[in-house]
Design a protein around this ligand. Structure first.
Ligand SMILES: *Cc1c(COP(=O)(O)O)cnc(C)c1O
Length: 379
């Protein structure tokens, strides 16, 4: 473990620490697992809440060369940090925007015929083939060409001569559930799609199937290029299992005051929870405005989430408020004004917190608030 950080800056209620060394180590771990396939990095949604620029710097330093984002604005931010990187835009090409993509060397992931036609038109206008990925839908029914559309595109030399198709991708629907039959079915359909784009006519075309979870399912899913997001940031890769990756994000909030609550009294808005015994309750300086979902509130009917002090769990008491939450520290006499509580980190694993909020770790990360003190730890 690294040296403990100084206490939370008193101007802030909470501190978010992002361990860039762990992020880099996670990428190297995944790259090692999939070699000789290439390991890209998905940095959409501000690199899953960790800050895109910082994540790209850390990942490029250890060798990441290919980045996936959702939108052009995110792509431009990657381009600003990693001028030589390949940048693919997953949400594709918005109407009338092809020249801007080409000018900034952003490669759209094209998943519909009109997008492909727009991109080919722009290429003809510029007089050079334009880099892109093609997205084939194999069962998720979200973005992507049907197999029939992919066959038409592949056979249309007028279109394909204008395109520099670098990657053929598909996206898995159920990769987080080991042995889910949908994954094998999708892989079969993808093999059919891949065969529509022979190496002779599409030299160097890479096949890409796996997100984070897909990497851990089956080596065949590694294909030529993998696209991990969540696993880089310490997310889980199998439903209900702890993450095999190093944690990247730690969230702490300060105890503002500790109060005694008499047995039978309620805590918080709505008097939703009453304490059964004489209790000590610590009030923490973070709430739902900090991205800590109100769904982790506790009530007489339903237990809520928990925080940790030195790895020991302290359950949330009553409803979470905008800027505050209450936790039970009756059995932790050392907890006092100024003590830091771990909201996400040792004793409060991301996956457990997500479950208490009725969601998944992806949403916890991408909902992280904007008003924390943010600290990035380098190697
Ligand atoms: C977001 C996304 C990924 C990354 O998924 P994780 O589960 O976070 O690894 C990969 N591919 C596509 C198409 C995506 O939209």
């Amino acid at each position: 473990m690294q040296d403990p950080l100084p206490t939370i800056d008193s101007r802030f209620g909470a501190r978010l620490t992002i361990d860039l060394a762990a992020l880099a180590a996670n990428w190297l771990d995944l790259a090692g697992r999939v070699a000789p396939a290439e390991c890209a990095a998905v940095v959409k949604a501000d690199a899953y809440g960790t800050r895109l620029e910082r994540a790209v710097d850390a990942l490029a330093r250890v060798g990441a060369r290919t980045f996936f984002v959702a939108h052009a604005t995110e792509g431009l931010r990657v381009r600003g940090r990693a001028p030589a990187a390949r940048v693919f835009v997953l949400n594709g090409l918005p109407p009338g925007f092809a020249a801007d993509f080409a000018e900034n060397d952003l490669a759209p992931v094209l998943g519909s015929v009109p997008e492909i036609e727009d991109w080919a038109d722009a290429a003809r206008m510029l007089g050079r083939p334009l880099a892109c990925a093609l997205h084939v839908d194999t069962g998720l029914n979200r973005l992507g060409l049907s197999l029939a559309e992919a066959a038409e595109i592949a056979a249309d030399t007028r279109l394909t001569s204008a395109l520099d198709v670098r990657v053929l991708i598909t996206h898995l629907a159920c990769a987080d559930e080991p042995d889910h039959p949908a994954t094998a079915r999708q892989a079969e359909r993808f093999a059919e799609a891949r065969a529509l784009f022979p190496q002779a006519r599409f030299p160097g075309l890479a096949a890409s199937i796996a997100n984070s979870a897909g990497i851990f399912r089956d080596q065949a899913l590694h294909a030529d290029l993998v696209r991990p997001g969540a696993a880089l940031y310490g997310g889980a890769v199998s439903t209900g299992e702890p993450s095999p990756m190093r944690p990247v994000v730690e969230l702490e909030a300060r105890v503002i005051q500790v109060r005694d609550v008499a047995a039978g009294d309620s805590v918080g808005y709505g008097a939703a929870e009453h304490v059964a015994r004489p209790s000590r309750v610590a009030i923490l300086s973070a709430g739902y405005a900090d991205g800590y979902h109100r769904l982790a509130s506790s009530s007489d009917d339903r237990p809520g989430g928990h925080v940790a002090f030195d790895g020991r769990r302290a359950p949330i008491v009553g409803r979470l408020s905008m800027d505050l939450m209450a936790v039970d520290v009756t059995d932790m006499p050392a907890v006092a004004r100024g003590t830091p509580a771990t909201l996400i980190g040792p004793g409060a694993a991301l996956a457990d917190i997500a479950r208490a909020m009725g969601t998944i770790d992806y949403e916890v990360l991408t909902s992280l608030g904007r008003r924390y003190e943010r600290v990035w730890r380098e190697a």
